[in-house]
Design a protein around this ligand. Structure first.
Ligand code: FES
Length: 91
């Protein structure tokens, strides 16, 4: 897995959202992003999620898994559908 600290906006095209630091962020690197190969982006720390129109998407966890495959039925969250899509592509 590939991780990096977040200092700016991170676009997640599969779920049509952007991860941004909160306006009042105190830390230089308020959140961290981990890319799961073939799966979601894991985001942890102090961040906000915005939809395509800049509206905040409510979250109830400090760590979230954001869909990158565009197949989730509960976007922007990963629901594991990426595993089914990968299996279908292999067959
Ligand atoms: S990354 Fe899309 S469902 Fe998991």
């Amino acid at each position: 897995m590939n991780s990096r600290a977040g200092t700016g906006a991170v676009s997640v095209p599969g779920s049509k959202v952007t991860v941004v630091p909160p306006a009042d962020a105190q830390d230089d690197e308020p959140f961290a992003v981990t890319s799961c190969p073939g799966g979601p982006l894991l985001v942890r720390g102090d961040f906000e999620i915005q939809d395509g129109e800049g509206n905040e998407v409510p979250k109830n966890r400090e760590t979230v898994a954001l869909c990158r495959c565009a197949g989730s039925r509960i976007k922007p969250w990963c629901d594991g559908t990426h595993k089914l899509l990968r299996r279908a592509a292999e067959n």
